[in-house]
Design a protein around this ligand. Sequence first.
Ligand code: 5GP
Length: 190
Amino acid sequence: MQELKQKIISHGRALNDQVLLVDSFLNHQVDVRLMAKVGEAFANHFADSGVTRVMTIESSGIAPAMMTALELSVPLVVMKKQNSAITRGDVYTAAVHSFTKQTEYQLSLSAKYVSAQDRVLVIDDFLAMGEAALGALNVISQSGATVVGFGIVIEKSFQRGRDRLLDKGYEVYSLARVKHMTKDHIEFHE
Ligand code: 5GP
């Protein structure tokens, strides 16, 4: 998605060759017009997948996921991050390790908002090592629902996430694929 790549180049900041900051349009302040186009791109791509629910992980995935759900006219379900493993009621959970923050959290999804008949599209802001996406896959699979694919706003292709999801047979549709980055240069896959 050309407009997204231009925005990353003009407003993104590579902290080093591993971490990209996009606080000015995605993670802190949100460019809602750009998010509307992101949602449209995901919805068009997965239009024939029979999606019944869009899911994401709080909090940075919410903006793009919400616009996608709006385009597809399906509910958005936000998986929660918790520090403790204590849960109430019928909740599916999985432990996720965050390499970016060097922390571990518990991902949870209430059984009330998913069923075995659901076809779920997972949207997230970044795909890096794939831990968050695999955690989401784990909790959704516990419900018996089908994951139809992953829609990623920014994929860091030099990290393992994409291959880990492809190895499991899932489709990964990323709107910007960063091939390589340094503090003053960001290069994309075409
Ligand atoms: P993974 O689990 O694939 O290693 O990382 C995915 C999650 O970590 C994303 O949901 C995102 O919140 C965060 N993340 C990973 N890499 C970056 C990055 O370069 N920049 C920002 N802002 N977040 C990242």
